[in-house]
Design a protein. Structure first.
Length: 274
């Protein structure tokens, strides 16, 4: 991964990076509508309405963390059948996931991050570019993507968002739009997720569960045995057993049943109603 940023404050912002008259009108409408968001369904519908005119996308990943935890609690919205739970878990994999790499770049500059293999980093100003392999972007089913955040280690609650499967070729206009809307999106995300205690109260140990462990935890919650999980995931039963032991330790529980109950309470698994 190559990270580059340009901080030439003497260079004026290019005209194409600013909102035109029609975009300004839509922007104000989007901001006004954001004040009424209180549920996840509201947020998804908001993202599919005027927001699409400003920043057309099919995948949104958002993370929230409190200043009491080290990691972000990530979720996603998608209107694409190609981006699924597996792609999501791969993207947020700690250190190596594409989202994690973008988050690392954003923490360095606190500026919008453009992830692509098609742009020369030294051509841009007021944002960072991470140069990722085209194969990785394609395999992620996100393609070129845009990321930004709000807050730092001293902020009580911080947010980080990623927009992928963009409808238009990624450009500096994307970063400008996201920079303008990020404070409002930050407030909306906090309101929408405020009813989940796990956003600010989940333990640090639980937050360190890896993507693979999360996948196995979901199957444990569904009552699958180690052998059944190994068959489903095409890995050895011993590997599953080791993952389960790590999960029990991280959740600070004694058995699989306790792990399933605690995971559901913390929102670490999807609860299916029969």
């Amino acid at each position: 991964m190559i990270i580059s940023s340009n901080f030439n404050l003497d260079e004026p912002v290019k005209a194409e990076a600013c909102l035109d008259d029609e975009q300004r009108v839509v922007f104000m409408e989007v901001i006004e509508e954001s004040l009424r968001l209180s549920q996840r369904t509201h947020l998804f519908n908001w993202l599919q309405a005027g927001f699409q005119y400003l920043l057309a996308h099919e995948v949104m990943i958002f993370g929230i963390k409190s200043n009491e935890t080290e990691d972000y609690d990530f979720e996603y919205f998608t209107s694409s059948r190609y981006f699924d739970e597996t792609r999501f878990n791969e993207a947020i994999e700690r250190e190596v996931g594409l989202v994690s790499q973008a988050l690392h770049a954003w923490k360095k500059t606190a500026q919008p991050v453009l992830a692509t293999n098609q742009m020369q980093a030294n051509e841009f100003n007021q944002y960072s570019v991470i140069n990722l392999p085209q194969a990785s972007l394609k395999a992620s089913e996100m393609g070129d993507f845009l990321a930004h955040g709000f807050g730092d280690n001293h902020t009580r609650i911080s947010t980080f968002v990623v927009f992928g499967r963009l409808s238009k070729k990624i450009s500096n206009n994307h970063s400008r739009v996201l920079e303008l809307i990020m404070p409002h999106l930050h407030c909306a995300l906090i309101r929408v997720t405020s009813n989940r205690s796990s956003v600010v109260q989940v333990s640090k140990s639980a937050k360190k569960i890896t993507g693979r462990e999360s996948e196995i935890l979901q199957w444990v919650h569904m009552g699958k045995t180690n052998w059944e999980i190994s068959t489903i995931l095409d890995i050895s039963p011993l590997t599953v057993k080791n993952h389960v032991q790590n999960i029990l330790r991280k959740l600070d529980v004694q058995n699989r049943g306790q792990a399933a109950v605690k995971a559901a309470k913390l929102g670490l698994v999807k609860v299916r109603n029969n």
